[in-house]
Write a protein that binds this ligand. Structure first.
Ligand SMILES: N[C@@H](CCC(=O)N[C@@H](CS)C(=O)NCC(=O)O)C(=O)O
Length: 212
């Protein structure tokens, strides 16, 4: 059985969507970020960077295995089940390329924009401008890519789409309100958001952890 340590955030939902997609049984351990549970010794033993998501696979080859970082979790679950990441060849690297694009670019930039334009007490204009421009640039890249293919890494749905879905959904709703210039006109992204968002596993994964 897999234990998923998560919270109701876009990074957490990458892992829950993936677990729903591949059909592995899992139990959820909700971590309250508001109560600083990410700094508890039990959680740090699993995720030393004090961030969700993290998993522990009690049935991993060679014994229980803990994994933190959403990208590593996506790759691990894909390889464990043989789903949503080609095992070899160019298609594998296209999926990894767009997965790392999200983990190293879209996620952190939207996270910073969400903070400075939303939760920050001082809302520094230079920071808001910088992250708004970067978000708009990244959505431009994504819009162009989704104009060429149905999904981010080509014609097949993959972990690259799972990585980007929850953050892009957040950008199309909450972040768009806080920083409208970050979003722009993105018909291909809107089409992709609808297609991906209608998948039963995505609907279920977006509702994890259940509201308490
Ligand atoms: N690079 C990490 C980012 C994870 C992350 O930023 N998690 C946030 C919630 S979305 C978190 O746990 N924050 C708690 C903290 O910073 O103390 C990943 O992709 O897994």
């Amino acid at each position: 059985m897999i234990t998923l340590y998560t919270a109701p955030t876009p990074n957490g939902r990458k892992a829950s969507i993936m677990l729903e997609e591949v059909g592995l049984p899992y139990r959820v351990k909700a971590i309250s970020l508001a109560n600083n549970e990410q700094f508890s010794p039990e959680f740090l033993a699993v995720s030393p960077n004090n961030k969700i998501p993290a998993i522990v696979d009690a049935d991993a080859e060679g014994g229980p295995l803990s994994i933190f970082e959403s990208g590593a979790i996506l790759v691990y679950l894909a390889e464990k089940t043989g789903q949503l990441l080609p095992a070899s060849g160019p298609a594998r690297y296209k999926v990894l390329e767009w997965t790392f694009w999200q983990v190293g670019g879209l996620g952190p930039m939207l996270g910073q924009l969400g903070f400075f334009a939303g939760r920050s007490k001082t809302k520094p204009p230079e920071a808001i401008e910088r992250f708004t421009e970067e978000a708009a640039r990244l959505f431009g890249v994504m819009e162009t890519q989704l104009g060429k293919s149905a999904y981010l890494a080509g014609d097949a749905y993959s972990i690259a789409d799972i990585a980007s879905y929850a953050w892009t959904f957040a950008a199309s709703t909450l972040i768009k309100q806080a920083a409208p210039a970050a979003w722009g006109d993105n018909p291909n992204i809107e089409r992709w958001l609808k297609t991906v968002g209608e998948r039963p596993a995505v609907v279920k994964g977006m509702a994890v952890p259940a509201a308490s």
